[in-house]
Design a protein around this ligand. Structure first.
Ligand SMILES: Cc1cc2nc3c(=O)[nH]c(=O)nc-3n(C[C@H](O)[C@H](O)[C@H](O)COP(=O)(O)OP(=O)(O)OC[C@H]3O[C@@H](n4cnc5c(N)ncnc54)[C@H](O)[C@@H]3O)c2cc1C
Length: 472
């Protein structure tokens, strides 16, 4: 009997046959990337490929046993949430074991008074929010993918959602964690909002993309459903006007729960080599007690109008809010028939989400537009999310039918991200690195990458937890 067969038999004995998937078709459903192929630009010791099995634990004890078996067999492990990540962090490695945490959805406690929930990593964000709402609470992390992404996946990528302006990224809402290391040790990080007892261990696992430990429980800060939520929207005739408004608001620490700003690309045709003034739409949500919300909305209105903003009808802002998760709903519907909407576009267009110093945003846009002309790429759909530093844009190939369009897009995206580094920014603010950006980790972290590698060696001595992801 081969080692793999032995391993599968032992896993079946532990979990039951229905929780150990080896059938090709079922296993192939675990792509670990929402759209496009999982591709690494650097050689990986464990290349991307088919796993030996997908296992579905129900408890921390199951995870500890699975990890022990994988370690003894020298098999790499890929923690898997809901598989909606876009950087292939959960993409299977050849000969690996995928650990699907989707059944660990238990809420072991939820407290109105402490505004805290203790939840399994597999719970979907939308389902958790629905449960919290029964107590007058809400989850502060509200990404486009809220109905379909798991708590553990969102912590592991340190995602950002619509309400990050007030409530922070997913990682900022985590108070405690339970983590299983590849050595089989279980770390219980206590759920306290503040401690001055050394560096906070939870931060080691937030954004670690399953490379340092498997998160088996999350203690998440919940927030009261606001006494008042007011929505507003403004049109600006070009991106810069709205940028100035948002920067002025940040200067007086006026922080709406939501700032969602994006150029409306349906109205203007992009030009290669230079930026085109494009009408842009900005949406706000103000959360809080009544007086606070009224004051925030009034001051925002004054700033936006003075900066050239034209207010939208209240129904427009409401429509934006009500439809904010539609991309996820469309994604699910299209996946069911096998063609996620983006599957046609990934070859000729890519969306990048970077962090830039505010003073560098205008320079970045101009330099990127000029620098990418020779790749036939235009910079379109500039946007801001939550705070002015979180800047998103799309690179769009202007001759998508060319044979080398995808190669030019890849090269152009790397050039743009290197420019972000040059301007002091970070190449991704919400989706993580996975394998798609791992080749740029040396540029992003410098000597810090060696420190991360030493940390990994300490926590995962056999280098079996999601090896190759995050550049580790
Ligand atoms: C339509 C659509 C819209 C999206 N919108 C947003 C958005 O607005 N904001 C945003 O931030 N992202 C967005 N995403 C990306 C994605 O939804 C997020 O990255 C999400 O947080 C991933 O969660 P998941 O459960 O699918 O994780 P997966 O894709 O399964 O995994 C992501 C990473 O986390 C690791 N991991 C998962 N669970 C665990 C665990 N328990 N322990 C350790 N490691 C683990 C995996 O190994 C992998 O490296 C969107 C995706 C889609 C398809």
């Amino acid at each position: 009997m081969t080692q793999a067969t032995d391993l599968i038999r032992d896993l079946e004995r532990l979990l039951g046959r229905e929780k150990v998937l080896t059938d090709g078709l079922r296993v192939a459903e675990y792509r670990g990337i929402a759209w496009g192929p999982a591709v690494s630009k650097v050689a990986m010791r464990w290349p991307l490929g088919s796993p030996v099995a997908v296992v579905i634990p129900s408890s921390t004890e199951d995870v500890v046993s699975i990890v022990g078996m994988a370690r003894s067999a020298g098999v790499p492990m890929v923690p898997y949430g809901a598989g909606t990540g876009v950087q292939a962090g959960a993409a299977p490695l050849a000969g690996s074991m995928v650990i699907d945490l989707s059944q660990m959805t238990q809420i072991s406690s939820i407290s109105r008074e402490d505004r805290l929930v203790r939840v399994g990593p597999g719970m979907l964000l939308g389902a958790l929010d629905a449960r919290a709402s029964e107590l007058g609470l809400m989850v502060g992390h509200d990404p486009w993918s809220q109905p379909i992404a798991s708590v553990g996946g969102a912590v592991s990528t340190n995602g950002v959602g619509y309400l990050a302006g007030k409530y922070g990224s997913m990682g900022e809402q985590v108070l405690g964690l339970e983590v299983v290391l590849s050595t089989g040790e279980v770390i219980d990080i206590r759920a306290v909002p503040k401690a001055s007892t050394g560096p906070q261990l939870r931060n080691v696992f937030i954004g670690a993309e399953g490379t340092l430990g498997i998160i088996t429980r999350v203690d998440l800060r919940l927030f009261p459903i606001p006494e008042q939520r007011t929505l507003a929207g403004y049109w600006f005739s070009c991106f810069e006007d709205g940028l100035h408004a948002v920067v002025e608001m940040a200067d007086i620490h006026l922080r709406p729960a939501m700032i969602d700003y994006e150029e409306d690309t349906t109205q203007v045709k992009p030009l290669l080599g230079r930026l085109v003034d494009t009408p842009s739409e900005m949406y706000f949500a103000f959360d809080g007690f009544k007086e606070e919300v009224a004051a925030q909305a009034a001051r925002t209105d004054e700033i936006c109008r003075r900066r050239g903003g034209r207010p939208m009808a209240a129904s427009e802002a409401q429509r934006f809010w009500d439809t904010r998760h539609e991309p996820a709903e469309r994604y699910v519907a299209q996946k069911q028939i096998g063609t996620p909407r983006w599957s046609d576009h990934w070859r000729s267009s890519t969306y990048l989400n970077v962090t830039l110093p505010v003073a560098g945003i205008a320079a970045f846009r101009t330099r990127a537009a000029r620098g990418l002309e020779h790749h036939r790429l235009a910079v379109v759909a500039s946007g801001l999310w939550g705070i002015p530093e979180l800047f998103s844009f799309r690179l769009e190939h202007q001759e998508p039918d060319r044979e080398d369009a995808q190669a030019q897009l890849d090269q152009g995206a790397d050039d743009a991200l290197r420019l972000v580094h040059e301007l002091g920014g970070s190449m991704e603010y919400c989706h993580g690195v996975g394998v798609r950006l791992s080749h740029l980790m040396p540029a992003e972290l410098g000597a810090g990458l060696d420190v991360l590698r030493r940390l990994k060696r300490a926590l995962d001595p056999a280098w079996l937890l999601n090896p190759g992801k995050l550049g580790l």
